[in-house]
Design a protein around this ligand. Sequence first.
Ligand SMILES: Cc1cc2nc3c(=O)[nH]c(=O)nc-3n(C[C@H](O)[C@H](O)[C@H](O)COP(=O)(O)O)c2cc1C
Length: 225
Amino acid sequence: MDVHDAIMSRRSVRRFLPAPVPMESLRRIIEGAGMAPSGHNIQPWKLYVVGGATKAAITGDILDAIANGDPKDYVPEYPYYPTKWFEPYQARRRETGFGLYAKLGIARDDMAARQAQMSRNFEFFDAPVGMFVGFHRDLATGTYMDVGMFIENLLIGARGEGLHTCGQAAFTWYHSIVRRHLGMPDEELLACGVAVGFEDTAAPENEFRVDKLPIDDFTTFMDLD
Ligand SMILES: Cc1cc2nc3c(=O)[nH]c(=O)nc-3n(C[C@H](O)[C@H](O)[C@H](O)COP(=O)(O)O)c2cc1C
């Protein structure tokens, strides 16, 4: 697939088919991700790829924690989202959330249905493969950029294999559970999860398309002919 086509066709898919992901595809995607640049080539990323029993155990324990645990025990290790939203980000965030709920027929004030859809994250949206990306917590802010590039390579590389993905910051709330199942060392911080699989093209949640800004809204061109 042409690089531009791979980039333009990437979007977050939130219902996957049970079809397995070939191991050769996974290895190619990961090989591509590992080619990401990083300051001083420190290659700070750690990747865990789970399927089958491990994935099911993570799902089961997180859903159990949601049903029976104390929410105070489940907080992210780093702030992915701002604690106080402001414009224009607040409006974009709302539009994205409500756009997805609209496709699913979930009313804005139906908090139970919204929570149920949120919990679908922990089923990896039915994807057969779940990935978790981590890095050493003593590294600096720049590492978040390096790891972001690694993650984007995973997402774009998956398109090259005919696969789709969804980034999953939702897992950061439950890092203690994920960590236990992965054997992730204490010094590693869980950046996010990524669901990987083949898109269920019949699913209403996959009809949702976010708006993207025209390039002139976020680009300043200077002295270019
Ligand atoms: C690091 C990262 C974490 C994300 N976490 C979640 C998540 O937990 N659950 C979810 O449904 N989508 C998640 N997303 C998907 C975003 O909502 C999505 O990228 C955004 O709405 C733009 O849509 P697009 O990916 O289709 O372009 C995440 C995306 C990224 C990059």
